[in-house]
Design a protein around this ligand. Structure first.
Ligand SMILES: C[S@@+](CC[C@H](N)C(=O)[O-])C[C@H]1O[C@@H](n2cnc3c(N)ncnc32)[C@H](O)[C@@H]1O
Length: 184
C-alpha cells in the first residue's frame, strides 16, 4: 500500500489556489461543464477558498445550490468574504466539517473533491459518507495533484471507491492531475 500524505493545506496558501493563473490551468467550465447543469445540488468538499464553489454556483444557476465544505474555518471565511453581497451568495451554503465527518444530509447530484482526498485520514469512512449523501446515479469527481499523489496511490483510492460500490465512468485529462469520474 502506498504512503498517503495527510498534511492539510494551510490557509496561508489559499492564494495559490485561487488566482487567474489557476483559472487558466484549471478552467472550471472545461473541467466540470459536461457534468454540472442548472438546478443541480453540488457538494464542493474541501472547497478551500472556493475557487470552484464560485464557478459551480454560476453553473447551477438560481434554481441550484452549492454546499461548500471545509474543515478549516479560515478557508470558509475567505469564500464568505468573496461572495458577500454578490448575486451568487444565496446559492452557496458554507459548512464547516470535522476531519472524519462531512455531516450533511442533503441528496446531492454531484460531488467535487478537488486536490483534497489525499488529505483525508480515513479514506473508507469518507468514501462511504459521500456514497450515502449522493442521489442514485449521482456523480463523484475526484481530482488529485499528480505532483503529490502517485499513480499507485490514486489507483488505490479508485479501487477502494469501486469496492464500496461506485462505478468507474471516465478518466478525464486534467492538467497536473489524476482524475476519475465515478457514479453511485
Ligand atoms: C489543497 S486544498 C484544495 C482546495 C480546493 N478544493 C481547490 O482545489 O482549490 C485542500 C482543502 O481540503 C480541505 N480538507 C482537508 N481534509 C479535509 C477533510 N477531511 N474534510 C474536509 N475538508 C478537508 C483543506 O482544509 C483544504 O482547504
Amino acid at each position: 500500500m502506498s504512503k498517503r500524505n495527510k498534511r492539510v493545506c494551510p490557509v496561508e496558501r489559499a492564494s495559490g489556489l485561487d488566482n487567474l493563473f489557476r483559472k487558466w490551468i484549471h478552467n472550471p467550465d472545461k473541467i466540470l461543464g459536461d457534468y454540472i447543469k442548472e438546478g443541480m445540488v453540488v457538494l464542493d468538499v474541501g472547497c478551500g477558498p472556493g475557487f470552484f464553489s464560485v464557478e459551480i454556483a454560476k453553473m447551477v444557476g438560481k434554481s441550484g445550490k452549492v454546499i461548500a465544505v471545509d474543515l478549516q474555518e479560515g478557508m470558509l471565511e475567505k469564500l464568505k468574504n468573496k461572495i458577500q453581497g454578490s448575486e451568487i451568495e444565496k446559492r452557496i451554503e458554507l459548512h464547516k466539517c470535522e476531519t472524519d465527518k462531512i455531516g450533511i444530509s442533503t441528496n446531492l447530484d454531484f460531488v467535487l473533491a478537488f486536490y483534497m482526498v489525499h488529505e483525508v485520514p480515513d479514506l473508507e469512512t469518507f468514501l462511504e459518507e459521500i456514497q450515502s449523501i449522493l442521489k442514485p446515479d449521482g456523480t463523484f469527481f475526484i481530482i488529485e495533484p499528480s505532483f503529490h499523489v502517485s499513480k499507485q496511490a490514486f489507483e488505490e483510492t479508485i479501487d477502494k471507491a469501486v469496492a464500496i460500490g461506485f462505478k468507474h465512468i471516465k478518466r478525464p485529462r486534467v492538467f497536473l492531475s489524476r482524475a476519475a469520474v465515478l457514479r453511485k
